[in-house]
Design a protein around this ligand. Structure first.
Ligand code: ADP
Length: 646
């Protein structure tokens, strides 16, 4: 019956079979409606798609398959076009036999017979689900991308090709610069770039383009209020199959706060170093007087036993205070990386023997035996920083003696050859003392940490020694470890690599104190010092050594005296009111050159003891340098060394 109706309705060409075969062969979903809008035929693809029979779809049966959300819109288009006899195209979801709605595009057109009489509509639908899904995915991805670029705090840019012109700039550009995106696009962004950064930026860009490398720059961008702020700029090129750069994706991240914070931290660190240097000067200056006067008093006679004891205690207290100041200075130097290691030849065996014999003296007061074994080092010369190695061994030995009540302290040193004229050295400082609890072993190398505060109250100390020891060891490329058992004792083991020195030196000479011989006639030393107590100490020493002393209490007076008088040597304090020691030295040297006078040896005296002091002294024209508070032997030695030529 359907067939007859169809044949009658469509007035198909003579061969109705041809039409039907064709319609059924199409991959599209074909439908035919009569002039009353009722659907009267569907091709096989339609029925297969829907999984329903012709009878079920017949009339308005098909409409049951339209997604409820699309139905009203769909009917609206269908009816209105139908009534107007116009072709239509609409997209909607149609229920597939699988139970899933699939997007289709449905096109319908009116049908007229040869007499021009309207006889209904014919249409075809194509399943566009895959295209639709792909489109949707693309839309989603675009939305995601856009969303991300809009929510990111960074300024995003995209450059097509490599000429530096932007094809996309995120909304943040507008917010930050106050310029409309249209103004900035293309080369417009150049006008918000700091003029001083332009050449640098262009050069870096050209290099990255040439090398097809990631772009990584820092430059300033002008904010809406006219203030330039620093940005970190990164870009990644996308390279096509031909090897040419297709596009650049990039971000600008504001780093002004980081830069400000870095500058603040640097300023704070400089302020801290200066503060420490000043404090150290302020403390060392009076300490110089205390140590000096105690030394002078200890050699004056007659002294009652009580007075001797007082002076001895005074000397010990001054020494420990000085040790504390030195430790604090060392820690601050290590922290500010303001520490420089020397690399000079020295005899390690002699250094260790000296240290051990000094320690033995202290240990004997506690009835401890100190033994030393360093056979494999005998006679060998190494290159390195003897003062710092001495400091490490000193720290470990003083701890060993401090924390041991009875028994012994044993120091061993051994060397093994390594490649390139180097030797691996191992120092071991062992004691039979109180030991360290297992859970404290890791902590004791931290600053201000002491294993047991109650025990430490008894022994004293600051908790800085091991922190300094470890930092110095590491600075020399070495390692320090500890083994210990509570109540039984501890062993600290330092391993270091040092260069051996093919030309042996007698290191002893370096540390040797020359005997205080009285010069035949009394030459005059000019003492430049503005602190009355230090003038007293230094001149007492100098007179004891057999020198005449002339004093200048400021830099100007020093210049005046040095340029007119005749001195064996000048001892010059560096920190004074008015012209300081460096300036005074420079002026004296200038005068000597102008008048062709022979250069008088000048020894700088500084209470700073920061690294760099020595260099500053030498640079300003001084011959040598001595740190305050000085010990009398060292002072005499330095004077004799520098005046020998005269
Ligand atoms: P200080 O000795 O000034 O307290 P250190 O940094 O030299 O500081 O040592 C830290 C802590 O490690 C000491 O307070 C002590 O508790 C522990 N310690 C160090 N050496 C020894 C040792 N030989 N025997 C026992 N305890 C030690």
């Amino acid at each position: 019956m359907l067939k007859e109706k169809l044949v009658q309705e469509v007035k198909a060409p003579n061969d109705t079979g041809l039409f039907e075969t064709l319609a059924n062969a199409l991959p599209a979903l074909v439908w035919i409606a009569d002039s009353t809008k009722a659907c009267i035929w569907f091709n096989e693809e339609w029925l297969r798609f829907r999984g329903r029979s012709m009878a079920q779809e017949y009339g308005n049966g098909w409409a049951k398959g339209v997604h409820p959300d699309d139905l009203a819109r769909c009917l609206d288009i269908y009816i209105s076009h139908f009534d107007a006899r116009k072709p239509f195209e609409m997209e909607y979801r149609l229920l597939h036999r699988s139970g899933e709605y699939r997007w289709i595009v449905n096109r319908g057109a009116p049908r007229f017979d040869i007499n021009g009489t309207f006889s209904g509509y014919t249409g075809a639908c194509i399943d566009i689900m895959d295209k639709w899904t792909a489109n949707q995915a693309l839309k989603d991805s675009e939305q995601r991308w856009k969303f991300l670029t809009e929510v990111m705090p960074q300024l995003i840019w995209i450059d097509r090709g490599s000429d530096g012109s932007c094809i996309y700039l995120s909304r943040q550009w507008q917010e930050f610069t106050g310029c409309a995106i249209e103004e900035l696009i293309d080369f417009g962004w150049l006008k918000v770039l700091h003029p001083e950064d332009r050449d640098r930026t262009a050069e870096a860009w050209a290099l990255c383009v040439a090398g097809k490398a990631d772009y990584d720059m820092e430059y300033r961008i002008r904010r809406h209020d006219g203030v330039y702020r620093w940005f970190k700029v990164r870009g990644v090129p996308v390279i096509d199959e031909l090897g040419t750069i297709h596009i650049w994706y990039g971000t600008c991240t504001e780093i002004q706060e980081l830069i400000d914070a870095r500058q603040k931290a640097e300023a704070a660190s400089i302020a801290k170093s200066e503060f420490l240097a000043n404090m150290s000067h302020e403390i060392r200056t009076p300490m110089n007087a205390v140590v000096g006067l105690a030394n002078i008093l200890s050699t004056s006679s007659p002294l009652t036993p009580r007075q001797e004891e007082y002076i001895h205690t005074l000397q010990l207290s001054a020494d420990s205070l000085l040790g504390l100041i030195n430790d604090l200075l060392d820690i601050s130097k290590i922290e500010s990386r303001n520490i420089e290691l020397e690399n000079i030849p020295f005899r390690l065996d002699q250094l260790l023997q000296e240290t051990v014999s000094m320690m033995s003296h202290r240990a004997s007061e506690k009835n401890l035996s100190v033994t030393y074994d360093g056979v494999s080092l005998a006679g060998k010369t190494y290159r390195g920083d003897p003062a710092r190695i001495r400091q490490i061994i000193n720290n470990l030995c003083s701890n060993a003696i401090k924390f041991t009540e009875s028994g012994s302290v044993r120091i061993t040193a051994s060397a093994e050859s390594a490649a390139d004229q180097k030797e691996n050295l191992v120092f071991r400082v062992e004691d039979t003392g109180i030991g360290i609890a297992h859970d404290k072993l890791d902590m004791i190398f931290d600053q201000f940490v002491q294993a047991d505060s109650s025990v430490n109250r008894r022994y004293g100390g600051t908790g800085l020694g091991l922190a300094i020891t470890r930092a110095l060891t590491r600075l020399m490329g070495g390692k320090i470890i500890v083994q210990s058992e509570l109540g039984k004792g501890s062993a600290f083991i330092v391993s270091l690599q040092l260069d051996t020195c093919p030309h042996p030196v007698n290191a002893k000479e370096e540390f040797q104190v020359m005997p205080a011989t009285m010069p035949a006639h009394r030459p005059t030393i000019l003492l430049v010092e503005d602190h009355p107590a230090n003038v007293l100490v230094a001149s007492t020493f100098l007179e004891e050594f057999g020198y005449e002393v002339d004093v200048a209490t400021n830099g100007l007076q020093a210049i005046e005296k040095a340029t007119t008088g005749d001195y064996l040597l000048i001892l010059m304090d560096v920190q004074m009111q008015g012209a300081n020691g460096f300036e005074a030295t420079a002026r004296i040297r200038e005068h000597e050159q102008q008048t062709s006078r022979p250069a008088v040896p000048i020894i700088g005296m500084t209470a700073h003891a920061l690294s760099g002091d020595k260099e500053r002294c030498i640079k300003s024209g001084m011959d040598d340098y001595i740190a305050k508070p000085f010990n009398p032997d060292h002072l005499l030695n330095t004077i004799q060394k520098n005046s020998a030529a005269r």
